[in-house]
Write a protein that binds this ligand. Structure first.
Ligand code: TXA
Ligand code: MG
Length: 333
């Protein structure tokens, strides 16, 4: 922790574990650190970084006003997988916010992350630690594979629990607006804030061209090297459809894979079937999602068929990632 904190205070970068995905951390108040983050990730510099804090008091220095709803959300869901967007104070450099006058703030629940943030001075800018466009990292090994040679230190905190990035809610407009779905879902936000708008770009299927308010949501993201297709519909129809499609590819000697659930994996006739988790344990699905997308690259799979995972609580967040990874390619069974 001492070493990690020192690297950050000297303007360097460290990868840190969080309860969602690994972050590529730098000093949020040092513009040079933010520039290094963009360079290491290969990320466009108009895509703002989330500022991570360890203690609620830290917010007042970086945010110009904190609306009442935000205090209530923080009381209920911080520390945790929730990011709130506020008007920024002057101390936050525009390099960190990608040129915006707003700042996204999150207080992670991972204890290692919070200890590290304190050791590093209290304000950590951290995007997900993947190379831009790749699936986010849920293990230290994923970070090593993407960032080897770019950064001096990875804090290995084991596999991230939730496995997909935090919910982002924008509190700078007239009405709160959900910019990125995550484990704190829309119903949970509405319970505290009342009405919450949903950025049209995260609806998914019908809106590949919408202009998202979270700049990062406009970029191609999470995509595996192979072609990923989501097959949706009645479960039996989905299995039948996927089996037919797979047969075709395997006949041609192509490497094809199926992403199935614990409940359905035995129904598929395919050489590579990956069990993502159980539909009755939603977090097992979000937890494994990015690791499986990465495995598909390692196995040099050219075509991947996945079931849809429209589960009750995390479904919106899981499908948002999956739809983007698939480049909106959806087959109705
Ligand atoms: O769970 C997480 O949030 C992880 C961990 C490391 O904390 N971080 C993460 O960061 O997912 P990143 O950079 O991969 O995604 C941040 C998203 C981007 O889509 C970015 O455009 C958006 O948040 N964002 C950041 N600041 C914003 C702002 N001021 N207004 C609107 N969107 C913002
Ligand atoms: Mg990211």
């Amino acid at each position: 922790m001492e070493l990690a904190g020192q690297i950050i205070r000297d303007g360097g970068l460290v990868a840190m574990p969080t309860e969602t995905v690994y972050g590529l951390a730098g000093d949020a108040l040092n513009p040079e650190s933010s520039k290094k983050i963009y360079a290491a990730k290969g990320r466009p510099s108009d895509n703002p970084l989330i500022v991570h804090i360890a203690d609620i008091e830290a917010i007042d220095k970086i945010v110009s006003d904190v609306p009442k709803g935000a205090r209530e959300l923080a009381a209920k869901y911080w520390p945790g997988p929730l990011t709130m967007v506020f008007h920024k104070s002057d101390i936050v450099p525009l390099t960190t916010t990608g040129g915006l006058e707003t700042v996204a703030v999150r207080m992670p629940s991972n204890e290692i992350a919070r200890e590290f943030i304190r050791a590093a001075g209290g304000y950590i800018a951290a995007p997900s630690a993947n190379k831009s466009g790749r699936p986010s990292c849920t293990t230290a090994e994923h970070v090593f594979n993407d960032m080897n040679g770019e950064i001096p230190l990875i804090i290995d905190g084991g596999a991230g629990g939730i496995g997909i990035e935090s919910t982002i809610v924008d509190l700078t407009g007239d009405k709160p607006c959900l910019l990125r779905p995550g484990a704190i879902n829309l119903d949970m936000l509405k319970e505290v804030l009342g009405e919450v708008e949903v950025d049209p770009s995260i609806g998914g299927v019908e809106s590949p061209d919408a202009h998202p308010k979270a700049p990062g949501m406009k970029y191609k993201h999470y995509a595996p090297a192979g072609e990923l297709y989501i097959v949706e519909g009645d479960m039996q129809a989905v299995c039948d459809k996927i089996n037919l499609l797979v047969e075709d590819h395997e006949k041609r000697g192509e490497t094809v894979a199926v992403i199935a659930s614990n409940e359905t994996k035995s129904k598929y006739r395919c050489k590579i079937v990956r069990d993502i988790g159980s539909r009755s344990d939603e977090i097992s699905i979000s937890h494994n999602l990015f690791a499986i997308l990465r495995e598909m690259d390692d196995a040099k799979v050219s075509t991947i068929y996945t079931e849809a995972f429209d589960t009750p609580i995390l479904g919106m967040a899981i499908m948002n990632r999956l739809i983007r990874a698939a480049g909106h390619k959806i087959i109705k069974a």
